[in-house]
Design a binder for this molecule. Structure first.
Ligand SMILES: [Cu+2]
Length: 158
């Protein structure tokens, strides 16, 4: 935040007169100083507001998933027949899907455009806030080009 403030205000810190003379117009200089202080006051105000908002938001829900072949296991999965299981989230919920996989693969969450690599000794994390409601596939993308739906995320609207 301070970097941006300094960047925005470097031109204001060196008052220049509109006529280009070396001696700046006093009213212009005062006006620019007031603008700098207005920026400082606004930055402090919004900075404290942001810090308070971050302090009150709960930590993301961690969901640990294990991939064995194309079979996913995790607490809270809903299975219906042989189709890929469903994991339900509430819209607005912040989650981290932490994947362990026996074989190297890329996990791709459609709709949210998130992907991460998992494999032996490599845990993948898909971290996001479920802003978009709907049903979204999580696919495994293998090195041989095969894409398989492992899981569906259902984000239930509030
Ligand atoms: Cu995909």
């Amino acid at each position: 935040m301070w970097d941006r403030l300094v960047y925005l205000d470097t031109t204001m810190l060196v008052p220049q007169s509109p006529t280009g003379s070396a001696r700046p117009n006093r009213r212009v200089a005062v006006c620019r100083t007031l603008r700098v202080w207005a920026w400082v006051a606004l930055s402090v105000f919004f900075g404290s507001f942001l810090a308070r908002a971050q302090a009150t938001s709960p930590p993301p829900r961690l969901i640990e998933l294990t991939l064995d072949g194309d079979r996913v296991s995790a607490p809270g999965l809903v299975r219906t027949g042989s189709a890929a299981p469903t994991l339900r989230l509430a819209q607005g919920e912040a989650v981290v899907l932490r994947w362990s996989a026996a074989r190297p693969t890329v996990l791709h969450l459609h709709g949210y455009r998130l992907a991460a690599e998992a494999g032996p000794g490599k845990v993948a994390e898909l971290a996001f806030t479920a802003r978009a409601a709907g049903r979204f596939a999580v696919e495994t993308h293998r090195a041989d080009g095969r894409h398989t739906a492992l899981l569906y995320l259902e984000v239930l609207p509030r």
